[in-house]
Design a protein around this ligand. Structure first.
Ligand SMILES: Nc1nc2c(ncn2[C@@H]2O[C@H](COP(=O)(O)OP(=O)(O)OP(=O)(O)O)[C@@H](O)[C@H]2O)c(=O)[nH]1
Ligand SMILES: [Mg+2]
Length: 323
């Protein structure tokens, strides 16, 4: 029996989608049940991650890519993630301006996710939001996230294809991250190539790719000027090729299974975290335990051990929450 709102999302109702996403963000415990039921209704959306330093042109690029995909008749969902912002909801102000021309398109759905509400579980929230967009009928989902390698969000666990965007001045970031970058990226973009230094950065990235051990997929490097729409179709062509590679080359057969296990662990720990947080103010054994942690009379590890081994406490934790 599907939740009424979820039923509407399956039928492609955007307003229901927006409301269900709000429930994801507020960590409504019942959302796990909804996710379990709609999971099989997921389509086969392409999830594209766009990441890179602040101001590299990620949103501008997302806007241009959206135009290209819409031109192909594909419905586009956009998730703009800003871990530093406590605000969620519509698009971030700057993005609203940059993506203005898509604002009235019913086949483009833009949503930003901040850190509030997701209680640190930003990666879980993002995964759930992309799944809901997929269920709602969006074919391409672009996840924009700021920062390279230092975010709590592992974009490569979420997206099928990851675009790492740099600007000619990004040499330092590239030097510090080095090999780590080739593990994250499926495509490197040197944006703002209208500025000096693009050549040098491109060579550095090429050098890094040659040194990397990843021989199954040759990471392309594309130079773009997103504001002038230069190089954007090349980016899309490489993304198409990468998607094709993923479906035909069957990569590492273990990889998918491992990803599912990571997700499983994430869901279980997230659910328990939500339940623990919801129950700490309550009466009973859990409330008492939380009180001891709060006072410092019991350390968090000892308390966790106690909670997970005491059948009474476990019963209290899981009582009738439908998950
Ligand atoms: N010169 C030049 N400017 C660009 C290019 N692409 C984007 N910009 C400008 O760079 C600024 C930042 O662009 P955004 O698309 O907001 O960058 P972002 O990476 O999404 O930024 P954050 O989300 O704040 O990290 C804007 O003023 C853009 O107009 C480009 O190719 N060349
Ligand atoms: Mg942006």
């Amino acid at each position: 029996m599907l939740d009424e709102l979820a039923e509407k999302v399956v039928q492609g109702d955007r307003r229901a989608l927006a409301r269900l996403i709000t429930r994801v963000e507020s960590r409504d415990v019942k959302i796990a049940q909804v996710m379990a039921e709609i999971y099989e209704k997921k389509g086969n959306a392409d999830i594209i991650g766009i990441t890179g330093p602040p101001g590299a042109g990620k949103s501008t690029m997302t806007d241009r890519l959206t135009t290209i995909y819409r031109g192909r008749g594909r419905k586009v969902g956009i998730v703009a993630i800003d871990p530093s912002s406590p605000f969620s909801g519509g698009a971030l102000l700057g993005d609203r301006i940059r993506m203005n021309r898509h604002a009235t398109d019913p086949d483009v759905f833009i949503r930003s996710l901040g850190s509030r509400g997701s209680r640190g579980g930003l990666s879980r929230a993002t995964r759930e939001v992309t799944a809901l967009m997929d269920v709602c009928g969006f074919d391409v989902i672009i996840v924009e996230t700021v920062g390279v390698g230092q975010t709590e969000l592992d974009i490569m666990d979420l997206a099928h294809s990851v675009v790492v965007v740099f600007v000619p001045e990004s040499g330092d970031v590239v030097q510090t991250m080095k090999a780590g970058l080739t593990e994250i990226a499926d495509l490197f973009v040197v944006n703002k190539s209208d500025r000096p230094g693009a050549d040098l950065l491109e060579r550095e990235l090429q050098g890094m790719i040659e040194m990397s051990v990843r021989c199954d997929w040759a990471i392309p490097v594309v130079r773009t000027v997103a504001v002038k729409d230069e190089g954007m179709t090349t980016v899309v062509e490489h993304l198409d090729a990468h998607r094709k590679y993923l479906t035909t080359c069957k990569k590492d057969p273990d990889a998918l299974g491992r990803m599912r296990l990571v997700q499983f662990g994430e869901v279980v720990s997230g659910l328990i975290q939500d339940l623990v947080e919801d129950s700490t103010g309550a009466e009973g054994l859990l409330g008492k335990l939380a009180g001891q942690v709060y006072n410092g009379t019991l350390n968090p590890y000892a308390a966790a051990q106690k909670m997970l081994t005491d059948p009474e406490m476990l019963r209290e934790l899981f009582k009738g929450d439908g998950c």
